[in-house]
Design a protein around this ligand. Structure first.
Ligand SMILES: *[C@@H]1O[C@H](CO)[C@@H](O)[C@H](O)[C@H]1NC(C)=O
Ligand SMILES: *[C@@H]1O[C@H](CO)[C@@H](O)[C@H](O)[C@H]1NC(C)=O
Ligand SMILES: *[C@@H]1O[C@H](CO)[C@@H](O)[C@H](O)[C@H]1NC(C)=O
Ligand SMILES: *[C@@H]1O[C@H](CO)[C@@H](O)[C@H](O)[C@H]1NC(C)=O
Ligand SMILES: *[C@@H]1O[C@H](CO)[C@@H](O)[C@H](O)[C@H]1NC(C)=O
Ligand SMILES: *[C@@H]1O[C@H](CO)[C@@H](O)[C@H](O)[C@H]1NC(C)=O
Length: 887
């Protein structure tokens, strides 16, 4: 047997935060601004009351009813950070094991081996299997959003789901819809699909469907209000910031994509690091028990984000079902607030058995729902090392070594969908004099380090935490390793072998006088990522470079435009930039936003540049002329203060285009904008009322039955360590020493020492709110209210192309609610239409799409129907023209 000293723990011990965990219960909190508060909501609604999950819950009930206390607490928690390759006791001799900074599956639960319930492997990221070999590095979420193509959103999900399954992951930690994209400077907006709830919601639902059809549990994250990176986490010195969000804004913007994900049957939800209204998201009873599990009828499991678990009993009562990766928020001391502590909390009577049964059942039901009881492959990769053999417990002080990588190639032909997404996302913002498409006979010079892959290799920077070479993705946990990188300059050279490439971000001084037909293609970038890494002084958020191109890219364009009369700008970016210093320069004839293309950056771009296809991407956010076109609350990041940083959503519903419309500010390029090489006409628009609308949805059905178990505190012996069990230091176990278990059970049996339960605590199950009743909310919210049809014709003569049709809802004036001027409600993309070809496109608006969240009624109200009901003769039913659909 070969052991190696593991070094990973040293880095944590040396960190200034390596102090004993400071558990923050739901007790005293930092003050939030007047008016915001976190209303308690107890108890956690039992899962299992919906038909769509009936079978999975029946199987889960049968399994969980056989579990011991220690098995139940084992499967609801991780076994510790960097732990959990426990299945593979294959002590092959080590060959070269030099790589200790990576990780195994980023999360690994405990198992109930006796009953055949395995450890679950939870793996990042939202754009591919992270830290693994032989996988596809897909385009990022923001790129996928920019395609505005539902078929591609789904196809990317299918391909990604196959890769997670092929590597043996049970849970895919994506998609991300929080952040929504409220702050243009926010660090992780690029992991989601764009700054609009409907774009995010539809993309996420299609992604989830694609992933889960492959038998992998998808995770919608981060719930909720994680709109900036800096100050998001709780640590012993400071709580995470508080996102202070009013109820209507929550429902109509930030919650919307989560509701769509739950409606699509998502199996898991991950809570955010930050607080909402002063209460941490991982223990927020109103958000988890009330909104997620009661109003939205969520039947799957709720997990914490990594190391955001800050209370044991309170988080369980608030509705958290799984603690990831198992540790307290200061890891690697072998401490958990669950596992053995959750076992103790049940024995001493503080966490009701009823709650633990529901937690375990939700985990097992999600596993059955995706069919993982049938031949789901076991994990066959390690994010800890690329070597065949490695440390089995990298966090243990002495770890055995065994085989950890089987190099399963899961890429198949997924490069095709990756390239199609990258290509169809490319957004043409300007094309003066039809400079594009270029001919491959053009005399071409290329400028900018962003045109060529990082010379040290595409994966040279851990977690992509650098911006060197072509920017294919942001940084942090939301990345994957590139199997290869098709960079733009190589693809351009395949077309124009004698292209001149200036691999620099400073305009060279020795450029001669170009001829008037010579073309300069200038590549610029803007990067962002997770707050765990700082890149060129940007702390996750774009706090240093702001909305300017990195490495002096704006200057590079200006210099090129002074010299060349035909400049094409290619932008790889996480989000909007301010383009004003060069956009109106007469030499800057064409601008392409290629977003974050992933591994297929090259050919996807040249297919557009050289006119094999017309660009068909559209902006998933607005590009303003100035950062201050938005109010301070969204234009600026929150900076350091003592105590809890307060991030108050004082702008309400008015973010991105909703804000600009309200203030009558014209953007440089509008949300949804994108040009083509051809032109399209829209004709024969029709609107058909489908389902007649009442003011509010019809009453919901009562909840169906849920599993029933004994609620008695189990025997202490169910928690005893097996005799002579060989423990590994810092591995987290759910057992207690017999003496400890007996002592806790004595407290529970006496019932004299009461846990200080939070205000509003109750154990009586509720009927559920009127706005609930199905997955995502009241089922009638998804009734189609209107169908909009339009004929799209390619009216150009020379190029084929795909058109994007977007339906925005505009309420008539005089509404009883303050409403944004227009709101995106549906979108479709045509197939590629040749010149003169037409296609009829149908878009649908649901009841929810035409409703407003009424805070007093706590319900979705269709104001058009209100007018009809009041006999005002302007009802949506009788006169659908009340709703003006702009196409
Ligand atoms: C936050 O406080 C506002 C104002 O009281 C309230 O409308 C909203 O429901 C609260 N949200 C949460 C999640 O507690
Ligand atoms: C908890 O999970 C670990 C890892 O799979 C396993 O070794 C242990 O036996 C489990 N404990 C119980 C009580 O089943
Ligand atoms: C992919 O797997 C093969 C073995 O099948 C291995 O030789 C190769 O190095 C792997 N590729 C990467 C990028 O790790
Ligand atoms: C890895 O997954 C493949 C299927 O993708 C499976 O055939 C293989 O047995 C797995 N390897 C291990 C060690 O479980
Ligand atoms: C029961 O145990 C938990 C976990 O250690 C602890 O937080 C709680 O205070 C205990 N309850 C009682 C009544 O002692
Ligand atoms: C341009 O590209 C096309 C398609 O690859 C090729 O057929 C043609 O020969 C090229 N022309 C030049 C001048 O290289």
């Amino acid at each position: 047997m070969v052991y190696r000293v593991s070094a990973v723990w040293l880095s944590f011990l040396l960190s200034p935060l390596a102090l004993p965990a400071l558990a923050r219960g739901v007790g005293p909190r930092d003050p939030v601004p007047a008016g915001y508060h976190a209303e308690p909501y107890y108890p956690t609604p039992h899962g299992g009351w919906l038909d769509s999950w009936r079978d999975a819950y029946a199987k889960a009930e049968a399994l969980v009813s056989q579990m011991t206390l220690a098995e139940k607490t084992n499967i609801t928690s991780g076994v510790g950070i960097y732990m959990g390759k426990g299945q593979y006791w294959d002590f092959a001799p080590a060959e070269t094991t030099t790589d200790w900074v990576h990780r195994p599956c980023v999360g690994n639960t405990g198992s109930a081996d006796r009953l055949g319930f395995p450890q679950l492997c939870l793996q990042d990221s939202a754009l591919g299997v992270s830290s693994a070999d032989n996988v596809t590095a897909f385009p990022a979420g923001i790129t996928t959003g920019a395609t505005w193509d539902k078929a591609l959103m789904y196809a990317r999900g299918v391909a990604m789901g196959k890769e997670f399954r092929g590597k043996g992951a049970n849970v895919h930690l994506g998609p991300s819809v929080g952040p929504l994209g409220r702050k243009p400077l926010g660090g992780r907006n690029w992991e989601g699909f764009g700054a609009d709830p409907v774009l995010q919601g539809k993309a996420a639902a299609l992604h989830i469907k694609g992933v889960q059809e492959q038998g992998v549990i998808s995770t919608i994250k981060h719930y909720i209000g994680n709109e900036q990176e800096m100050f998001r986490m709780y640590n012993p010195f400071q709580p995470g910031y508080s996102a202070n969000i009013d109820d209507r804004t929550l429902h109509e913007l930030y919650l919307w994509p989560f509701a769509e994900a739950i409606h699509a049957g998502v199996g898991a939800v991950m809570t955010a690091y930050n607080a909402v209204n002063g209460s941490a998201c991982s223990q927020h009873s109103h958000l988890i028990n009330g909104i997620l599990k009661d109003e939205l009828g969520f039947q799957g499991l709720v997990m914490s984000d990594w190391l955001s678990h800050i209370s044991g009993v309170d988080s369980a009562l608030a509705g958290l079902d799984m603690n990831m990766p198992g540790d307290t928020n200061i890891p690697l001391f072998g401490f958990s607030l669950w596992q053995y502590e959750l076992t103790r909390s049940v024995l001493n009577g503080s966490v009701p058995m009823d709650r633990l049964n529901d937690m375990a059942t939700r985990v097992v039901a999600a596993w059955y729902k995706m069919g993982q009881d049938k031949n789901h492959p076991r994990p066959n990769f390690s994010s800890n090392t690329r070597d065949k053999n490695g440390l089995l417990y990298p966090a243990a002080v002495f770890s055995p070594i065994g085989q950890v990588n089987w190099f399963v190639n899961v890429q198949d032909d997924h490069y095709l969908v990756a390239r199609q997404v990258a290509q169809d996302a490319i957004t043409l913002l300007k094309n003066d004099g039809n400079l594009l498409p270029l001919s491959n006979a053009s005399k071409t010079s290329v400028f900018g380090t962003d045109a060529q892959v990082n010379p040290s290799g595409p994966n040279a920077c851990l977690n992509r935490a650098c911006n060197k070479g072509t920017l294919g993705m942001g940084w942090g946990s939301g990345v994957a390793d590139y199997p290869y990188f098709d960079d733009p300059i190589s693809a351009i050279k395949r077309r124009v072998p004698d292209v001149k490439f200036h691999n620099t971000d400073t305009f060279p001084s020795n450029i001669g006088t170009p001829s008037s037909d010579e073309v300069a293609i200038v590549f610029i970038s803007s990067d962002a990522g997770e707050n765990s890494f700082t890149v060129e002084n940007n702390h996750g958020d774009r706090d240093s470079d702001k909305l300017a191109a990195w490495h002096g890219g704006d200057k590079l364009i200006q210099k090129a435009a002074e010299k060349y009369s035909n400049v094409v700008v290619v932008v790889h970016t996480v989000g909007p930039l301010i383009l004003e210093s060069w956009i109106d320069h007469p030499s800057v004839k064409a601008v392409l936003f290629a977003h974050l293309p992933g591994q297929e950056a090259g050919e996807s771009l040249t297919n557009v540049l050289f006119g094999d296809v017309s660009p068909s991407g559209h902006l998933p956010y607005s590009i303003t002329k100035s950062a201050t076109d938005y109010p301070d609350s969204i234009a600026n990041l929150k900076t350091f203060t003592l105590g809890q940083v307060q991030d108050t959503y004082s702008e309400g519903l008015y973010i991105d285009y909703r804000s600009l419309h309200k203030q009558s500010i014209k953007p440089r390029f509008a949300f949804g904008h994108g040009l083509s090489y051809t032109t399209f006409t829209f004709s024969n628009p029709t609107i058909r009322a489908v389902t007649p609308l009442s003011l509010v949805p019809p009453p919901r059905a009562p909840k169906g039955p849920t599993p029933s178990y004994s609620t008695a505190i189990p025997a202490a012996s169910e928690a005893y360590y097996p005799p002579n069990f060989p423990t590994i230091w810092r591995y987290l176990y759910s057992w207690l020493r017999p003496g400890e278990a007996d002592a806790a059970a004595a407290v529970g049996a006496a019932g004299t020492k009461k846990y200080p339960y939070p205000a509003g605590y109750s154990t009586a199950q509720r009927a559920g709110p009127a706005a609930g009743g199905g997955e995502g909310g009241n089922p009638a919210l998804w009734d189609v209210a209107y169908e909009v049809a339009v004929t799209v014709t390619n009216s150009g003569a020379a190029h084929a192309g795909k058109a994007s049709v977007q339906a925005y809802l505009q309420y008539p004036t005089g509404m009883p609610y303050d409403v944004p001027v227009v709101q995106l409600r549906d979108f479709e993309k045509t197939r590629e239409l040749g010149p003169g070809e037409s296609q009829e496109v149908v878009l649908r608006l649901t009841r929810k799409d035409v409703s407003v969240w009424d805070v007093e009624a706590q319900h979705w109200v269709a104001p058009g129907a209100a007018a009809a009901g009041a006999g005002a003769g302007r009802g949506a039913d009788s006169n659908p023209n009340n709703f003006e659909f702009k196409l």
